[in-house]
Ligand binder design. Structure first.
Ligand code: HEM
Length: 542
């Protein structure tokens, strides 16, 4: 029985229980003492099965809401529905029991050390938190992102967040996004060319191809720099982006690495700092050189008659988000280089892994459902006269079924599987008073599987997003981009990019997914991804 195998030392830091695991990956179970209660954190479903069979779990009374990076634990927060895990019925048994034992209400309460958590996954409860102008502060788990992102839009609070949000909203206007079409098109063309070598009906992992493409897209749109990640996936910058995300995730999920001192003593702080040096070096370097360019151009423009600007200077330069921020800064809106760096790095972080996961999940599901993929091919063949035709706003508007497939994939596999707020004042959810200081987690993965809102929730059915079906649902039943005042500022950008990248693959190829849904294993890291990549077979379309 795995429960005896955990390799750890249990310690107390003041009142805070901690577990030091020397070989965290090998520890198959971790016990944490919290006063008279024992909390068990399990790492895989086999242990849970054994735990249930031997009646160990009910005796512990802990809902395995997080199981060491494997997402199945999170899925197990509720007693309802079937989950995308190897043994879904297990979670219903374990967690069904836990819920009744705990509270018997449609949300789940948990403690991590002395920290109270509330997990919510019903639309009316989610609305209370996300629609509110009071519950806007992110939970303390986001602080591990501060060294990289500072307090940019994602991580800031209060008046800083408010003024930045107001300043940045116009940067995501359709008119500005339209200028990015050229980048989306050129980078997706490159990706499709790279895939040509793999379209030989042999299985391969397509995940890295899509991720490198989205990384190229975000670098060019956010910073105006083409880092050519698709040609050089081994560059220091590309490696640093991936490594730092993994290190942040590691710290968030290992309580013993959360104190700065312990992180420096036993964590990977040296590697973390080395990544930061590379990432910040590139961001600051780009900001400085673009600022000099901007100032030169401004001087040049002043000298020329206004009406001649574009003809004389040449083709109007496409602006990256960074250029807009520089413009605000030069207009005297109080943005220092560090402020700009925070926002650019935030776009880099939020804007590529999320879209990559969403495109991968869409392709995965279409690869599992050839009949729906055939309908998408039909739609694309109607819209485009050739597979190489660049996508414009007109074609984007016509891709209705493709868009609904992307939305349905984001329902089943939301790139951000949960988000967390820390209550600064009491909230009332379902007539329960939730005290200030509670960390409220919106479990999007579970919310999107509410059978009252999405009948037969595990079924992939893009027609759920036909307007007549959307209007029947609760407005907070589907929130892949969060909702309310702190929703995702990049969602229009993301949908445009996803439609262009996905359609460029499907215009050339037919995809078959090699992993059956029942064999799928999910990793709930900062984003939700398939544990073993996205193995597909690609066939050229004749
Ligand atoms: C499929 C793609 C994407 C998904 C699923 C997604 C999802 C989300 C979610 C759920 C949040 C709320 C996070 C929280 O409350 O902790 C968020 C916030 C944010 N996203 Fe996205 N995102 C995507 C793409 C993008 C892109 C492409 C950008 C930028 C280019 C972006 C920029 C941001 C920013 C800056 C925030 C913070 C907004 C604020 O707090 O005011 N996202 N996103």
């Amino acid at each position: 029985m795995a429960i005896a195998k955990g390799m750890m030392v249990r310690v107390w830091l003041g009142l805070r229980p901690m577990v030091l695991a020397t070989k965290a990956h090998q520890a198959e179970v971790i016990f944490v003492d919290i006063g008279f209660m024992v909390m068990v954190v399990l790492f895989n479903s086999t242990d849970i099965e054994e735990g249930v069979n031997q009646r160990v779990l009910p005796a512990c009374g802990w809902s395995p809401w997080y199981s060491g990076g494997r997402f199945e634990g999170v899925a197990g927060c509720s007693s309802h529905g079937a989950y995308q895990s190897p043994k879904p019925e297990l979670f219903q048994r374990v967690v069904g029991w836990t819920l009744v034992w705990w509270w018997g209400v449609p949300f789940c309460r948990a403690w991590l050390g002395l920290r109270p958590f509330l997990l919510i996954y019903r639309a009316p409860s989610v609305e209370v938190i996300l629609s509110s102008n009071k519950h806007l502060d992110k939970s303390r788990d986001y602080t591990f992102l501060h060294p990289w992102l500072g307090t940019g839009l994602l991580t800031s609070t209060g008046s800083k967040w408010h003024s930045r949000r107001k300043m940045l909203t116009p940067a995501f206007h359709f008119k500005i996004l339209e200028d990015f079409l050229e980048i989306f098109n050129s980078q997706s063309t490159k990706m499709v060319e790279k895939l040509a070598n793999r379209a030989d009906s042999q299985p391969f992992d397509i995940f890295p191809y899509i991720t490198l493409c989205t990384l190229d897209v975000i670098c060019e749109t956010a910073m105006g720099v083409n880092i050519k990640a698709q040609d050089n996936s081994d560059s220091d910058y590309v490696k640093a982006v991936y490594r730092i995300a993994a290190l942040v995730q590691q710290r968030q999920t290992r309580p013993w690495l959360q104190s700065d001192l312990l992180y420096r003593l036993i964590g990977s702080s040296k590697e973390h700092d080395a990544c930061l040096k590379i990432l910040h070096g590139v961001s600051y370097g780009t900001i400085r050189s673009r600022r000099i360019e901007y100032q030169k151009e401004k001087k040049k423009k002043k000298k020329l008659a206004k009406h001649m600007d574009d003809e004389v200077i040449g083709k109007k330069r496409r602006l990256a988000f960074l250029d807009l921020l520089l413009e605000y800064s030069e207009e005297g809106r109080g943005l220092s280089d560090e402020d700009i760096r925070e926002e650019v790095d935030t776009f880099m972080f939020e804007g590529h892994d999320t879209t990559s996961a969403a495109i991968n999940w869409s392709l995965y599901l279409l690869g599992c459902h050839p009949e729906i993929q055939a309908r998408v091919h039909e739609e694309l063949d109607m819209i485009f006269s050739s597979p190489d035709q660049p996508v414009t706003m007109a074609e984007l508007r016509e891709m209705k079924l493709t868009e609904n497939c992307i939305k349905e994939a984001l329902r089943l596999f939301p790139s951000v599987p949960f988000l967390a707020r820390e209550l600064q004042e009491e909230a009332v959810i379902d007539n329960y008073r939730i005290p200030e200081g509670t960390t409220v987690m919106v479990v999007t993965y579970r919310l999107h599987r509410d059978p009252d809102q999405f009948p037969d929730p595990e079924r992939f059915d893009p027609d759920r997003f036909l307007p007549e079906n959307v209007s029947k649902r609760h407005p907070y039943a589907y929130v892949p981009f969060s909702a309310g005042p702190r929703n995702c500022i990049g969602q229009k950008f993301a949908l445009m990019e996803e439609k262009i990248l996905l359609s460029s693959i499907l215009r050339k190829y037919r995809a078959e997914s090699c992993t059956r849904r029942e064999d799928l294993r999910l990793l709930g890291e900062l984003i939700l991804r398939p544990e073993n990549g996205n193995t597909v077979k690609l066939f050229p379309r004749v």
